[in-house]
Structure formats: C-alpha cells, structure tokens
Design a protein around this ligand. Structure first.
Ligand SMILES: Nc1ncnc2c1ncn2[C@@H]1O[C@H](COP(=O)(O)OP(=O)(O)OP(=O)(O)O)[C@@H](O)[C@H]1O
Length: 640
C-alpha cells in the first residue's frame, strides 16, 4: 500500500488550467473502474439512474408530488386574492367585504401551511429512504466484487464515495429536487398569470429572462467543475487519512505525525481552494441574478405606475402583477441555486452507478454444480498457469500440476515470492487461472458457486483479520449461526479459551479495531477457532511464526494439529514440526513445483529443499537436538 498521497492530492490550484489539468489527473489516478467520463457529467441525466429507487415507493412519491403541486398552486392564488381585495374590497369601500376576503386569505394560508408541511415530510422521507437503499445496495455490491478489483482500487476512496456521494444524492432528493420542482411550477404558473394580468408589462419581465439564464448556464459549468475537483481531492485525502490512521503505530514509530498532518492539510487546502472558487462563481452568479431581477422589477413598477395613472390598469392589477413577477423572479433565482446542487448530485449518482456497473470477475455460473454436503476434499491442479492482472507479463504460476488426496496433509515450502499464497488464492477462487483448471472432488471449481466452494474450505491466514466486535462474534465469523456452546467449544479446541477466560468480560470482551488489543498468538488462535467452527473438509493454513514466542507457538501448533485431523490440508509451512508431520512436502520455486517428497527424502536429495531447510529450519533443528541431548544427560544423571 502506498504510504504517500497521490500527486493530484497535493496539488494546490492557482488558476483555471491547473484545475482542469488536476481534474483530469484525478480521474486518471483513480482506478479506471471508478473514474468517469467527464462529458456526461454536464447533464442531470445520471440522476435518472436513481429512478428505480423512487419507483419502489410510487405511492409516497405521488403523494409528495400532489402536496408539492398543491403548495405551489395555493401560493399562486395569493396574488389574485390580494388584487380582488384591493380592487373590490377597498375600491367598494365595504369593510364587511374586506373582512370576508381576509377570512378567505387565512384559509388559503392554512391550506398552504398544511400542504407545505406534508410536502416537507414526504420529500425528506423519500430522500432518506432512497439514500439508505442506495448505500445498502452499493455496499452489498462492493462486498461481491472480486479481490482483483481491490488490487488496484483504493478502499478509502471508495468509502468516501459511499458516504460523500450518497450524502449529495440525499440533499438532491430532499431539498434540491423538491425546490426545483416547486420553483418550476411556480415559475410557469406565475409567468402565465403575469401574461394574463398584463401582457404589456410581461414583455419587459420576460425579456430579462434570457439575460439571466445564459450566464447561469455558463457559471453553472464552472461551479460543477470546481466542485468536482474539490470532491476528488477530498476523496483522495480521505483515502490517505484512512491508510495513515489504520497504521498509526507505524506512523508514530517513524515519527511521521507532522509530515502526514502536513500532507493531509495540503490536500484539504487544495479542496478548500477549489471549493472557494466554486463558491465565488456561485456568489457572483447570485449577485448578478438578483441585480437583473431587481432591476426589471423596478422597471415594471415604474412603467406600471404610469399605466395606473393613465387608467390602463387598476391598482389591484398592478399589485397582482408585481406579486407574480416577484414569485417568478424568486423561483428563477432559486432554480439557479438548485441547478448547481442537482448537477453535483448528478455527478455523484454517475460515480455510484459506475461502481454498481462493475461486474465481479468471479461469479457463479448460471447453473452451478452443487458439492455434496460432505465432500471428501480431493484437490487437483491441472496444468495451472496464472498471472496477476496488473502484471500480466509476469507469470506467477506456470503449468502447475498437483493432486492432494482426501485427508492428506501437504506442506508447501519455497522462497518468498514463489507463489505459495497465490496457490491458496486460486483455490479459494479469488482469481481464475489464465490456463488449466482446478478441481475439488473432480469438479472444476469454475462450475461451482463461489459461496459453495468457499463454504467447503477453512482458511487460517497468516495475517488474521479481527473485527472491532466481541471475542464471541469474532469466533462466530466462522459460522454466524453458531450457539454460544459451540463458540466456547471451538475456542477450547483452538486453545484460545484460557486467555479468553482471563479477560474481564470473557467472550463478550470487545477487542479494538483490527483486534489491536490482542497479541499475535491470540489473534491466530481466534483464527483457528473460526476454522474449527467452520468445520470444512479442506483446510488452508498459512502458518506464521514471526509473531509468536515459543510458548504461544507451541499452543498454536497443538491447536493446528487438532484442526488438521481428518481434513485435507494444504499448509504453507514455516515450522520444521509441520513439514515433519506432513504426508508430502511440495517445494515451489518461481511458480513451479521444484521438488516433492518427505523431509527425509528431500533432505537426502540435497536440492532446493535441503538448502531451504538448512536456512529456515536449521536453527530449530539444532535447538531440538540440543534439547534432546540435555534430556538425555539429565535422565542419565538421575539414574546414576
Ligand atoms: N495481488 C497481487 N497483484 C499483483 N501481484 C501479486 C499480488 N499478490 C502477489 N503478487 C506477486 O505474485 C508473486 C507471488 O506472490 P505470493 O504471495 O504468492 O508468494 P509467496 O510464495 O506466498 O511469498 P511469501 O512467502 O513471501 O508470502 C510475487 O512476485 C508477488 O509480488
């Protein structure tokens, strides 16, 4: 994992070209799968991809639209009521009539209040509902993507998309969409009513509209570009922060506190600068719109006043016209604000749907073969070759052929980078071989549902993932429906029970994030307990001794021995004890099987294994011999 932020993250932007350049770089630097083509981001079309989420709640959406429409129409009634009051109430000099108009107005206001609050509730409900559904779907989809996707994607950045982009969609569906709709209705209604009230005055106001709209569209594009850059930079910064906080001990050990803080600050500052420029463009747009709108209202009022003096229209009609033009102008101003927000949300929707469109490279076939409930656990690799996607030219495995019989224990040894872990990854079907096939009980694993296949394999990795939950929950990760008794039995079998019992809350003790409160040996024993609970016919062990002291190693070894009984086991061996116990040892070198045989056979052959054994296990062997000699001499003393 890179410990430094990507170059675009540190970029501070002084001018437009730099922003555009950095924007393009940001897209390039992201994994190609989650960056998007800029052109389609200019429209609101991506928002339509969220329609299925809305259509799931047709009833609520219809009710919200009705409430929205009612509130807008009631607002449009108000100026007409005011005009009638001025012309017929005040004009007729009839206080009773004025009173009745006021009573009607109160009724109108009540209806408006009711429709508005219902609209608010329904619209906000929809936005919360949609964003929750989108989040759940995106996360569920992410969990299904193949490990190959995560080889190049940055998880911190994806996480930022999951939170920041969905939040933007929420505000789009909540305030922005409803504001846009309400203001569109209001603008259309008020414009029609203006023409009906005074066609002459309407011409002046309507002539001002293109003067307002053209710059809005131009400014809007600028706002979007700058906001997008700010968001990309922030996503990068979040990825960096996630990585740094996840490795805070390493960060502190290398005294990188200030360096990391400076890098993060630079990234956030770049985002701030981009946001500031977006805000400036928006502020200029708002000021411009208000000026043009205000000026045209003043002009209308001026001309309207002379029309009243000349008797062309009544005072009430002028008031009505004025109120409608204020409503129309206000709606237009609101639309200019909302447009920016909606286009940002469109960008967010586009990025999320791109994420959703990525298909897992590994998926179940249309008609998967089912493995029997208790398969025997026979594994065969038939001329398997493999290269990782990001280094296609370098084969990691070449024409590998191997058969492991049910119940057999095969130890895999070899120098670092020989392809031992890759062997496991292929068997788990994290990746598919580029040539050849892998079979479990004679069935090509590509014909199986990956869930079924992985259900039959228990993996004890070198680096155990412990989650920030209770010990019991962590063990139950091996089989979520396990009872407490089964969890305790698994912990006992894995020799984890003694240390769990000493903890304050026993099995309910919460371990810190990534199991930070546990020692290496404890983490491994929890991983073994998981595998015990899973009770799968095939066991894949990636032994690690580096984290363990002699006592813990002994405990882990005992737990593993029990686990391996009656199971087909492939074990990446780091201990002499394991290779001695194995039925067969497989020596890998450069992605090929260099030698196979037992410890004695291979040691006698004097090849790669003999060399490796001397280097890796030599010290252990010497110690074992020394211990044996000591035993003999002490028993000798006793007998004398
Ligand atoms: N996800 C990956 N993407 C690209 N290359 C990878 C990936 N994982 C491993 N490799 C490369 O594949 C080769 C074999 O790696 P692998 O982890 O299988 O070796 P190993 O024998 O298990 O090594 P070690 O004993 O050090 O764990 C190495 O050259 C490694 O750089």
């Amino acid at each position: 994992m890179p410990l430094s932020p990507s170059p675009n993250m540190l970029k501070t932007c002084a001018n437009d070209e730099e922003i555009l350049l950095a924007d393009a770089q940001a897209s390039d630097a992201n994994s190609p799968t989650i960056s998007s083509a800029g052109s389609s981001r200019k429209s609101l079309r991506p928002l339509t991809r969220l329609l299925p989420y809305l259509l799931k709640h047709k009833g609520v959406v219809t009710a919200a639209v009705i409430a929205l429409f009612s509130a807008a129409v009631i607002t449009l009634v108000l100026p007409a009521a005011v005009r009638r009051m001025i012309d017929f109430g005040f004009g007729a000099d009839d206080p009773a009539l004025v009173n009745s108009y006021f009573a009607v107005l109160v009724g109108v206001v009540c209806a408006l209040a009711l429709a508005s609050s219902i609209r608010y509730f329904l619209v906000m409900w929809i936005s919360e509902r949609v964003v929750s559904d989108v989040r759940s779907d995106v996360f569920a989809h992410l969990t299904r993507l193949s490990p190959a996707f995560y080889d190049s994607a940055k998880s911190g950045e994806i996480l930022s998309r999951l939170t920041a982009d969905t939040t933007q969609i929420k505000s789009a569906f909540g305030s922005s969409a409803s504001l846009a709709m309400r203001n569109l209705i209001m603008f259309a209604g008020a414009s029609v009513m203006m023409v009906v009230t005074s066609p002459r005055l309407s011409v002046i106001v309507l002539a001002a509209i293109p003067v307002i709209l053209v710059p809005i569209l131009g400014f809007g594009r600028q706002v979007r570009r700058r906001s997008r850059f700010a968001q990309d930079t922030l996503a990068d910064a979040s990825a960096f922060a996630g990585e740094m906080l996840g490795a805070v001990r390493t960060l502190q050990a290398f005294t990188h506190e200030r360096r990391s803080a400076d890098r993060y600050r630079a990234a956030v500052e770049a985002a701030f600068q981009a946001a500031r420029q977006a805000i400036m463009a928006r502020a200029a747009l708002t000021g411009f719109a208000i000026f043009v709108i205000g000026a045209s209202i003043v002009a209308v009022l001026w001309i309207g006043a002379s029309d009243v003096f000349s008797g062309r229209i009544t005072g009430g009609e002028l008031s009505q016209f004025l109120l409608y033009s204020i409503l129309a102008a206000g709606s237009l101003a609101a639309l200019s604000e909302v447009w920016g927000e909606l286009s940002q949300a469109a960008g967010a929707a586009e990025r999320l749907s791109e994420l959703m469109e990525i298909q897992p490279e590994i998926s179940a076939p249309a008609d998967p073969v089912r493995l029997p409930e208790t398969p025997r656990g026979e594994i065969s690799f038939d001329q398997v070759s493999f290269a990782y996607e990001n280094s296609r030219s370098l084969p990691v495995l070449t024409e590998l052929a191997l058969t492991v019989s049910p119940g057999e224990t095969v130890a895999v040894v070899g120098p670092s980078g020989a392809g031992k872990s890759t062997l496991f990854s292929l068997l788990m079907r994290y990746y598919d071989p580029t040539a050849g096939s892998i079979r479990l009980n004679g069935v090509d694993i590509r014909q199986l549902d990956p869930e079924d296949l992985r259900g039959h394999i228990a993996l004890v990795p070198q680096d155990t993932a412990i989650f920030g939950a209770s010990i019991a929950e962590n063990i139950a990760y091996g089989r979520p429906d396990a009872s407490r008794e089964e969890i305790v039995a698994a912990a006992q079998a894995a020799l984890a029970a003694p240390f769990i019992d000493t903890m304050t809350n026993g099995y309910d003790t919460l371990v810190g994030e990534r199991g930070i409160t546990l020692s290496g040996g404890q983490r491994q024993r929890i991983a073994i307990a998981r595998a015990v609970l899973k009770s799968a016919p095939v066991l894949l062990l990636d032994e690690a001794t580096s984290a363990l002291d002699a006592e813990s190693e002994n405990l882990v070894q005992q737990a593993l021995d029990r686990l391996m009984e009656n199971r087909t086991t492939l074990v990446i061996a780091h201990r002499l004890a394991t290779v001695l116990k194995a039925d067969r040892i497989l020596v890998m070198e450069g992605g090929r099987i260099a030698e196979t045989g037992t410890h004695a056979e291979l040691s006698a052959a004097g090849g790669l294994y003999a060399k490796l054994a001397r280097l890796q296990f030599g010290a252990e062997e010497e110690l074992a011999q020394a211990a044996e000699e000591e035993d003999q001499s002490s028993s000798g003393t006793a007998t004398v």
